[in-house]
Write a protein that binds this ligand. Structure first.
Ligand SMILES: [Zn+2]
Ligand SMILES: [Zn+2]
Length: 341
């Protein structure tokens, strides 16, 4: 848990087992994904309300429910949406865009999250996992919902599009699969250190991959797009300034630039290109209830495989190794398994 603000200040601590209040459910956590946000919290680059247990990508088994909750859900394998509370009355809450509510409090930053044995959440946030989806894969419903929000809530991709994805991390590999499922041909861009991730991108449906610095993504995109115009849609998932600047040049005139990765600082871009080439530029922030439903459908149908991007599991006590491996980009997605493997 984050025990105080400031860099580091993450420790393993004993906490009382939470008991579910009215409308709440208690999950015995089976697996919880480590996300870039958790690293940002470790480095104190993301706002938290300590002391607070980290972790917002969670799946497990419901072991108890509070007053007013149907106990039929006890024993079910579930995942949970991440908003512990929102105001419920603002323009965004009323229109289903609860990710943008100014009063939103999320698990893993404002209230206790999933890097623990037992997690208490509002029962309305639960989703029973599809029968074919295990707890490990199910823990990654959250990042998939974020990608589904970015690509599908506001339709970005049309069948037949050529899409370039920069950054073959977990989000980029999920975006590759969702773009494929939406009918696109997908080109994934990475750097030389990303070689194993680019191989995985090809296994997960990318038609081409490009090692930036060694190969020219512009030439490839001219080869595979009608009239050599370039990508219909470019999706920035790396959060690296140079990747963003390059991606802007790869979108065709009247193409779409979508920002999904976070840079953590201002980056520079040639925004004149947005005018000259009439680009549409958009961004996305976290997930919506609608995108969770879409994510679960993509998992149930098998069109997206989240298990494939899991490269390691660690016990809670091994969190330091897990964070260090994640920070060093060893593997793609790492999970903490509080009950042991
Ligand atoms: Zn996350
Ligand atoms: Zn609100």
């Amino acid at each position: 848990m984050k025990v105080a603000t400031g860099p580091g200040n993450v420790k393993v601590r004993e906490i009382a087992e939470p008991s579910p209040g009215p409308g709440e459910a208690l999950i015995e956590v089976g697996a919880a994904g480590i996300c870039g946000t958790d690293l940002h919290i470790f480095h104190d680059e993301f706002k938290t309300a300590p002391p607070v247990v980290l972790g917002h990508e969670v799946a497990g088994t419901v072991v108890a429910v509070g007053e007013g909750v149907d106990d039929a859900v006890v024993g079910s394998k579930v995942t949970t949406e991440t908003y512990y509370s929102t105001c419920g009355v603002c323009r965004y809450c009323r229109s289903g865009h609860i990710n943008l509510c100014h009063a939103r409090r999320s698990i893993g930053s404002a209230v206790n999250g999933g890097f623990t044995r037992y997690l208490k959440v509002p029962a309305k946030n639960l989703h029973v996992l599809p029968a074919t989806v295990g707890v490990r894969a199910g823990a990654l419903t959250e990042p998939l919902a974020c990608v589904a929000h970015a690509l599908l809530d506001r339709p970005v991709i049309r069948p037949g599009d050529v899409v370039a994805v920069a950054g073959p991390g977990a989000i980029g590999l999920l975006a590759t699969q969702v773009a494929r499922a939406a009918g696109a041909t997908v080109v994934v861009l990475g750097t030389a250190v990303d070689a194993p991730r680019l191989e995985l991108a090809r296994q997960l449906g990318a038609s081409h991959t490009v090692v930036v610095g060694e190969e020219d993504p512009g030439a490839l995109l001219r080869d595979i797009t009608p009239e050599g115009l370039g990508a219909d849609v470019v999706i920035e998932c790396s959060g690296a300034g140079p990747a963003a600047a390059q991606l802007l040049t790869l979108a065709r005139r009247r193409g779409h630039y979508l920002q999904v990765g976070l840079f953590g600082k201002p980056v520079s871009w040639d925004l004149d290109q947005v005018c000259y080439r009439e680009l549409l530029v958009s961004g996305s922030n976290a997930s919506t209830p609608e995108s969770w439903l879409r994510a679960l459908e993509l998992l149930a149908s098998g069109e997206v495989d989240t298990e494939a991007i899991i490269s390691g599991t660690y016990p809670l006590a091994g969190w330091r190794d897990a964070f260090a491996d994640f920070e060093a980009k060893r593997g793609v997605k790492l999970l903490l398994v509080p009950g042991g493997n």
